[in-house]
Write a protein that binds this ligand. Structure first.
Ligand SMILES: C[S@@+](CC[C@H](N)C(=O)[O-])C[C@H]1O[C@@H](n2cnc3c(N)ncnc32)[C@H](O)[C@@H]1O
Length: 245
């Protein structure tokens, strides 16, 4: 925890989860390994299928950029990478993740190219990709700024970054949604997965994740231009896009 203090883009309050914290990469990897079998179903049930629509929207945006090579960082069970594989048939889509158990599902579900890799030290050279995407992954990383810089490094100048992640709605919905996040969601996910503690961090991670202008500023500071935020479903999630300088 102390190592996180004072560095931009790193969570400093820390919400403890069982024996670990989300700042602890080995805890994150192990938590996702435990829920890998039920991750896809749980997502669809808890979001009432909305996550599918969000990923389809992202795949349409990426298709519009006409990429030849796309890296989906923290691809997990491959949901977004699979959508992009369908939407961009001519492109090479690679899904990377540091949790082999999650990636095994991505391969089984038809993702052609997967790679076990830590997003904070990607095993690629500079400027290899036209597009880098990360869906619901950046929030789980120990150092947001470092992760974004690493994505910038592997992007060609003029290449596109796209981040899809949760955020908090503003206005009257914010209170009820926060109550749902902290009270209903961990219990429901616990029932579905048998791993309630793996979901207890979720509300805290969303609370601490930069959103809107703050996320755009963070992205811009890591070597991008023109960051834009698009809220989804009343602000429950957001898409951030930016171009590599
Ligand atoms: C909530 S899942 C998201 C999976 C997928 N992108 C999706 O949209 O469903 C988060 C994923 O991030 C991965 N992850 C977290 N930190 C990582 C890191 N430093 N390097 C690589 N993968 C990481 C986890 O292993 C997990 O598979």
């Amino acid at each position: 925890m102390d190592s996180a203090l004072g560095s931009p883009g790193i969570r400093t309050t820390g919400w403890r989860v069982g024996a670990g914290t989300i700042q602890d990469p080995s805890y994150v990897r192990e938590a996702f390994a435990r829920i890998a079998d039920r991750y896809v179903t749980t997502n669809h049930v808890l979001s009432l299928g909305t996550d599918i629509l969000w990923r389809k929207k992202v795949a349409r945006i990426v298709r519009g950029w006409k990429p030849a090579r796309v890296l989906d960082v923290a691809t997990g069970t491959g949901d977004l990478a699979l959508e992009m594989q369908d939407a961009c048939p001519g492109a090479e889509i690679i899904g990377s993740d540091f949790c082999a158990e999650m990636l095994a599902h991505a391969s089984k579900r038809g993702l052609a190219k997967t790679l076990v890799a830590d997003a904070l030290a990607l095993p690629f050279g500079d400027a290899e990709f036209d597009v880098v995407t990360v869906a619901f992954g950046l929030r789980n990383m120990a150092d947001y700024a470092k992760a974004i810089r690493e994505m910038r490094r592997v992007l060609k100048p003029g290449g596109h970054l796209l981040v899809l992640d949760f955020s908090l709605p503003t206005g009257v919905l914010k209170g009820p949604y926060r109550w749902y996040l902290h009270n209903v969601l961990p219990k429901a996910a616990g029932l579905l997965t048998g791993q309630k503690d793996a979901y207890e961090y979720l509300g805290g991670s969303i609370e601490e994740f930069p959103m809107g202008r703050a996320m755009c500023d963070l992205i811009e500071a890591q070597g991008f231009r023109g960051p834009e935020a698009e809220p989804l479903s009343f602000g429950v999630a957001a898409i951030y896009t930016a171009e590599a300088r």
